[in-house]
Design a protein around this ligand. Structure first.
Ligand SMILES: Nc1ncnc2c1ncn2[C@@H]1O[C@H](COP(=O)(O)OP(=O)(O)O)[C@@H](O)[C@H]1O
Ligand SMILES: N[C@@H](CCC(=O)OP(=O)(O)O)C(=O)O
Length: 377
């Protein structure tokens, strides 16, 4: 793998999930670290200004709640943990909204549980809401819905949740900020001579052997869940960077390709991995019938599907759902995520994108399906 090129490619990516762990958020349990949050918000706002969509997965509800309630030690009882999370979460979102507000960014709280990502309808709902927020320029601030989850359905650690969110929105990058400067050959708390792994393959089994558990009493999974998160994120083609959240301007520096932290890459070409993942994840909701020119544009030239090359629309689907692309004889040649609802698609098929405003009342995307969201069969 060409790691130098992979680092540089980070600068050209368009959608990031950034996860910040409990120890960082609470300055090692000393209360919500407003100063640090302001710095991260500034950097995330700068990413947004460069056209990069940012989703934040923030831990820290339990730790912030413990601090607010004056509890020195993490409670054992699930009900006390849930109570602490309820107290801490409201404080967290208030701090985020204020911090992002200083950089003209709006935030939205999203609390997810296991069902939201495993149940198909709720998965699509979550996906549409998050995508809508992103299109509005809002930064979603996501956490596990700690007050309602039970042990059986708990993600447990936000590394896993962040990776599943990266899958949900097909992010290109998962940046995990923690209190270590990346993955070391062993826990630097045990061995100060341990060396930083700068780059690797997310699926490399040796990495798990290096990763240890959390020690802080605030975080949950240590490096084990971070390496596993990189593996999960790789399924939809995302690369993962594990880096030190306390490093100055870490988000901006990683996003400009600087060699900070640990970069873990998907084995397959990111685009191929993402397409394979897409094909296996979603149900086909409808069908588009392509004329011969469009069939050639897709199959021979790997181009996007334009409305002008479509002669018919079948089924009922919404923007972002998976549709099948067939030739006149009904043979499926491709699948992809469609940019328009079925009723809108029916109005624009056979037409060039110049007429979209007239036909739909707004311009929208030029492509019916962008080539990045198309899988040839
Ligand atoms: N190989 C390793 N390299 C770096 N840190 C490690 C390693 N193994 C275990 N750790 C521990 O993982 C911790 C970070 O994980 P965790 O406490 O869960 O943080 P977070 O709250 O950010 O998720 C570090 O403080 C470190 O002690
Ligand atoms: N949902 C919990 C997350 C706990 C957790 O996973 O913490 P971490 O290992 O620091 O990401 C909270 O907000 O406290």
């Amino acid at each position: 793998m060409d790691f130098v090129a992979a680092r540089q490619r980070l600068a050209g990516t368009r959608r990031w999930v950034i996860k910040i762990g409990s120890a960082l958020i609470t300055d090692n349990g000393r209360g919500v670290n407003r100063q640090a949050i302001l710095q991260w918000a500034r950097q995330m706002a700068a990413l947004r200004a460069r056209g990069i969509e940012v989703l934040l997965v923030s831990s820290g509800a339990v730790a912030a709640g413990m601090d607010r309630l004056g509890w020195p030690k993490r409670p054992e009882s699930i009900h006390q943990l849930q109570a602490a999370a309820a107290v801490g979460q409201s404080r967290l979102v208030q701090v985020y909204e204020q911090a992002f507000g200083q950089f003209d960014c709006c935030t939205a709280q999203i609390l997810l549980d296991h069902d939201d990502l495993s149940n198909r309808t709720r998965y699509l709902n979550a996906r549409s809401t998050v995508r809508t927020l992103l299109s509005l320029g809002v930064v979603p601030v996501i956490n596990e819905n700690d007050t309602v989850v039970t042990d059986e359905i708990r993600f447990g650690d936000n590394d896993t949740l962040a990776a599943l969110v990266a899958n949900l929105v097909e992010a290109e990058v998962l940046l995990i900020l923690t209190d270590a400067e990346g993955l070391f050959t062993e826990d630097p708390r045990d061995n100060p001579a341990a060396e930083l792994i700068r780059e690797g393959a997310a699926g490399d089994a040796a990495l798990m052997g290096m990763a240890g558990d959390s020690r802080s009493g605030l975080g949950r999974g240590g490096m084990t869940t971070k390496v596993r998160a990189a593996q999960l994120a790789a399924r939809s083609g995302a690369c993962t960077v594990i880096a030190g959240g306390a490093v100055e301007d870490v988000i901006e520096r990683v996003s400009s390709g600087e060699r900070l932290g640990t970069l873990l890459l998907p084995e397959a070409d990111p685009m191929a991995a993402r397409k394979r993942w897409l094909a296996g994840q979603l149900q086909v909701r409808g069908k588009l019938v392509l004329d011969e020119g469009a069939q050639r544009a897709l199959s021979d030239s790997g181009r996007s599907l334009l409305a002008v090359g479509v002669s018919a629309v079948e089924g009922h689907f919404r923007r972002g759902e998976l549709v099948s692309c067939c030739n006149g004889a009904g043979v499926e040649i491709a699948r992809g995520l469609v940019n328009y609802d079925s009723s809108e698609a029916a109005r624009i098929v056979g037409e060039s994108s110049e007429r979209f405003v007239e036909l739909l009342g707004y311009r929208g995307d030029d492509e019916l399906i962008h080539r990045d969201n198309l899988i040839l069969l």
